[in-house]
Design a protein around this ligand. Sequence first.
Ligand code: 13P
Length: 243
Amino acid sequence: MPRTALIAGNWKMNGLAGDLGFFGEVARAAADSPADILVCPPATLLALAAKTCSGTAISVGGQDCHARESGAHTGDVSAVMLRDAGADYVILGHSERRADHGESDAIVRSKAEAALAAGLIPIICVGETQAERESGQAETVVARQLAGSLPENPQKMELVIAYEPVWAIGTGLTASEADVAEIHAAIRKRLPDPLTTRILYGGSVKPANAESLLSLADVDGALVGGASLKASDFTSIIGAVGR
Ligand code: 13P
């Protein structure tokens, strides 16, 4: 495989300082893994998590950033600040942010450009709703989100795409292997740098389904929500890479 797998945990709005013991167990799995390992804790824990993970094979990342570098934006965090706190990556355009905060493709694109300028690797999320899938629109929706959210500047840049069908997030439902393969292939052919850009699958990834999802041709890793909160589940997903 020309691309190094990436197993990323998205803690969402979960995690307190007392939960950082998680990283001890995960660090051992990360050291033995051929994959890149990433955890995106809430912003409150980012600097502490980065410190805890220093010297391990675990990277940390943010879950969102503002498009501006600094200024009068109460409550927001910039890409430069994430980088300063020790982040290497930032998740952008997650469906929960698109739904809860009305983030459009254009907003996601401007955040992605800010992330790249700050030296972060953006993980740009796309994915259809259940209604869109049922009406046969899944590929069209994902293609539209990609076209609108990818940074415009054409220079070579590292970014990651996460395909997360909205109806599979936190529901225990996963897309079928055929559907995942079809959408990932459709994403791949629309990427400016298809050979090197990693495409993750997200949506109820767990120890029981990780191996089969990760073995699909265009799946370069996973973006894991609920199962990334428990060290034993997350390490077992890490262990599924390349088996
Ligand atoms: P779950 O793994 O809990 O379904 O969440 C997926 C997700 O939204 C990761 O970003």
